[in-house]
Design a protein around this ligand. Structure first.
Ligand code: SF4
Length: 395
């Protein structure tokens, strides 16, 4: 990889706050110490024009030097305790610049001091440098390490992710965090059509995930937004797999703004992956047990409902009633949070107690318009039972 040029910036705020929990990471807050990424993955979404990243994407790295200080400031002002996730589509917090800058180590110290739960998604084994701190964060509030890995062979990594850690090192990082008692998972994305999304490719990846004791494996397809991102990827494809270029041009020929491929291919891949993960006895979402005591109760139920829709759909079950209940719960929660945000004296605990009261009184049945689901959620909210994403049973 070429040497990177770092560009130092001071930020006013570090923490991005979502009004509803983010089901993908089971978190409410996030931050990013860098912009752009020295890992230089050929498919990286960060190259797309919509992100306004200036310079050469994998060489000109913006370093937010005061991120830990601002994080400390922002965390001392939030009213709801919820996980902070680190890992965005346009930079990796443990990219090569981090070895010199050490911003993540400072940020981990801040999260530990505030006893906030956290999660990191990375393609780098550099995260192991901070295992001592993340271990303490886990004991204080909870920590999950997620590794982005969509194939089991390192030759593919050399072609498409030249600056990221080897497959072997990423697997070693997962093992180390598992041994330290942290939750671990794999974001298997992007799966590359006819290269890594083959039955053999998926089987090799899932064997690896099972072998390391992953708590979850979340799949994702390749998106190619028209413009810089798509052009860059197709050029890399042309050098490594020239025979596939016409097939990719056809698959992504509609040039959708989102960068997604032909819908029929995406649907078939999702269903195939869900079946393979289920057969391997793995969860396709962050398991309930890894977020239930970290999110506020009202957010926990929201994430659980979102995950249930995905899981049941992946298994081919009809989900219209579940979706309708989720929509009602989402709009209730959205409105209730608006009031919560206006009433500065109201606390997270009071809002959680109000929700428990709604279960005890039966008011939740009216809200969800689904008595069976209300009863199920009551077991979670009041009985504090855990929904197992593999067996689909309460434990
Ligand atoms: S690690 Fe993530 S952010 Fe960095 S280049 Fe690869 S895909 Fe982009």
């Amino acid at each position: 990889m070429a040497d990177v040029r770092t560009h130092e910036r001071q930020v006013k705020a570090a923490l991005r706050k979502a009004s509803l929990a983010e089901p993908f990471f089971a978190s409410r807050y996030s931050f990013s110490p860098y912009m752009a990424c020295g890992h230089g993955c050929a498919y990286c979404d960060g190259r797309a024009e919509r992100y306004w990243v200036e310079g050469e994407f994998d060489r000109d790295i913006v370093v937010r030097t005061n991120i830990a200080d601002r994080l400390d400031h922002d965390l001392s002002r939030v009213r709801e305790r919820a996980p902070v996730s680190v890992g965005s589509g346009i930079s990796d917090a443990y990219q090569p610049a981090e070895a010199r800058c050490g911003l993540m180590r400072q940020a981990a110290e801040v999260l530990l001091r505030h006893r906030f739960p956290a999660s990191v998604l990375t393609k780098s084994s550099l995260v192991c440098r901070d295992l001592d701190l993340w271990h303490e964060v886990n004991a204080a509030g909870g920590f999950t390490l997620s590794i982005s890995l969509a194939f089991a062979d390192d030759e593919t990594r050399r072609i498409f992710e030249p600056g990221a850690s080897t497959v072997e090192d990423r697997v070693a990082a997962l093992r180390a965090f598992k041994a330290a008692g942290c939750g671990i998972g794999v974001y298997a994305m992007p799966l590359l059509p006819w290269i890594t999304d083959t039955p053999e490719g998926l089987a090799g990846l899932l064997d690896l995930c099972r072998g390391v004791g992953a708590d979850f494996v979340i799949p994702g397809g390749l998106t190619l937004r028209p413009g810089r991102q798509k052009d860059f990827f197709l050029e890399r494809l042309r050098t490594a797999f020239p025979n596939l270029v016409p097939r990719y041009r056809e698959l992504y020929g509609e040039d959708r703004k989102s960068g997604s491929c032909r819908p029929d291919y995406g649907r078939e891949l999702s269903a195939r992956f869900a079946r393979a993960v289920e057969a391997a006895g793995l969860a396709t979402q962050i398991p309930h047990r890894l977020y239930r005591d970290r999110l506020p109760l009202y957010d926990e139920l929201y994430v659980l409902l979102c995950h249930m829709v995905e899981i049941y759909e992946g298994r081919g079950t009809e989900t219209d009633r579940l979706r309708a209940a989720l929509a009602r719960y989402r709009s209730w929660l959205f409105e209730r949070k608006r009031t919560f945000n206006r009433r500065r004296s109201e606390t997270q605990e009071a809002l959680e107690d109000e929700l428990r009261g709604d279960f005890a009184s039966g008011r939740i049945d009216g809200l969800l318009d689904n008595p069976k689901l209300a009863c199920f959620l009551g077991e979670v909210a009041i009985g504090r039972r855990v929904f197992d994403y593999v067996s689909l049973k309460l434990t």
